[in-house]
Design a protein around this ligand. Structure first.
Ligand SMILES: NC(=O)c1ccc[n+]([C@@H]2O[C@H](COP(=O)([O-])OP(=O)(O)OC[C@H]3O[C@@H](n4cnc5c(N)ncnc54)[C@H](O)[C@@H]3O)[C@@H](O)[C@H]2O)c1
Length: 378
């Protein structure tokens, strides 16, 4: 069985789905690996490093012609060269663009979506959304520190005392918790808030203050541990209560997401106008519409002295480690799919009795098989 790794072609995408150090374990398992020329260049992995590990390096056409399984970061839009019998694993944005999944299904290709990885202990090492959120949380803090005209740590010097930056993290999931930890290492004073009350202790254990908004959000979490969408009156009251905290912050980092939905607007223009000039908002939800009303993805917006940035692909700004983590997630998933029979089989087995396969499987035998995606694509 041949594993193909195409170069990512989405604008601004610097990650690669497989890093050189992941090649040897695949060869050992009896697989062949073919990587498109310069696929790893933008992430800091030259072709030579793949060759040294035993992969072959080929043209894009050859990768798509000869591979049985394609590993990608972004698997949509599906490459026109894909055909029946091939399997593609990657971020397919199935809830954001279900029609594209329907079109891919018609080619007969089997597609599995990294976004739909179930949040169960067994699948933790395959959870690429968590890995990318970790990278984004870290980078979000550095972007803020870079744009802020102040320092993060408190310093007592012969030239006087420098007060610590006040950072407010909205959304304390994987990205938010990493942002808290990273801002803490830089010495900031941190407050954080999430609709899921369950995260309060995690926030506190990282040394941040949990902002209590007296809003009844008992029904905040679904069975997968993700936030549920709230009604408009909840969001309105939440915004009213957050105004004071935002006004007192030098940096606001937002990470609030609802799976399959537009990100909720939590930081309004009024709140931004209440911040001190020079303050910074880093919106890590920009790819899904943003948490701040003023965010324009990948642009630097300055509104009444406050800078707002919303990188649409923050993980790609740290492409070396983002690729290393993604590569680990996707190869663990691949080995899981191969199962005990391993590379002896002529094609990648698809076993719908397995929870991980069932939850991530988008298309198979010409159909959209994932119920939620099928409904959205109808
Ligand atoms: N395998 C596993 O068991 C596993 C793996 C990864 C994550 N998790 C858990 O899942 C949870 C969510 O993970 P995530 O970071 O991927 O979520 P996410 O990226 O979907 O959302 C980020 C955060 O935004 C929060 N949020 C949504 N709406 C909000 C609002 N209006 N105001 C404030 N905050 C809001 C969410 O509660 C979440 O914490 C975490 O508790 C995480 O630990 C479990």
């Amino acid at each position: 069985m041949r594993i193909g790794v195409p170069k990512e072609i989405a604008p601004g995408e610097a990650r690669v789905a497989l890093v050189p150090s992941a090649v040897a374990p695949l060869l050992k398992a009896g697989l062949e690996v073919v990587v498109e020329a310069s696929a790893g260049d933008a992430a800091g992995f030259p072709d030579e490093a793949y060759r040294t590990q035993g992969a072959s390096v080929a043209s894009r056409a050859e990768v798509f012609q000869t591979a049985d399984v394609l590993l990608q970061v972004r698997s949509m839009p599906a490459d026109p060269a894909l055909r029946s019998g091939q399997t593609v694993i990657g971020f397919a944005d199935p809830l954001g663009a279900p029609q594209a999944v329907k079109e891919a299904a018609a080619t007969g290709v089997t597609m599995l979506s990294m976004e739909l990885m179930p949040r169960i202990t067994r699948a933790q090492s395959m959870d690429a959304l968590s890995s990318m959120a970790t990278v984004a949380g870290y980078k979000g803090v550095l972007l803020a520190a870079n744009l802020l005209p102040r320092m993060f740590p408190m310093l007592m010097t012969a030239a006087g005392t420098v007060s610590p930056a006040r950072v407010f993290v909205v959304g304390a999931g994987v990205a938010g918790l990493q942002a808290i930890a990273s801002a803490r290492r830089l010495g900031a004073r941190i407050e954080a808030y999430d609709v899921r009350p369950a995260v309060k202790e995690q926030v506190q254990s990282l040394g941040a203050r949990f902002v209590e908004l007296p809003l009844e959000s008992a029904d905040a979490e679904d069975k997968g541990g993700y936030a549920k969408a709230q009604d408009e009156s909840f969001y309105r009251r939440q915004r009213e209560m957050m105004l004071k905290v935002v006004a007192g912050s030098d940096v606001v980092i937002t990470t609030a997401l609802i799976p399959g939905k537009r990100a909720p607007i939590l930081i309004t223009t009024e709140m931004v106008e209440a911040m001190q000039p020079g303050s910074v908002v880093v919106d890590l939800a920009a790819e899904r519409g943003g948490n701040c009303e003023l965010t324009r993805p990948d642009e630097i917006v300055v509104h009444k002295g406050v800078t707002i940035v919303g990188p649409s692909n923050p993980a790609s700004l740290v492409p070396y480690h983002a690729s290393q983590m993604y590569s680990k997630n996707i190869t663990t998933f691949l080995m899981h799919l191969l199962g005990k029979e391993g590379a002896k089989q002529s094609s990648l087995p698809i076993n719908p009795d397995d929870e991980i396969t069932r939850e991530t499987l988008l298309t198979h035998h010409g159909n959209v098989v994932h119920a939620r995606v099928r409904e959205l694509a109808a």
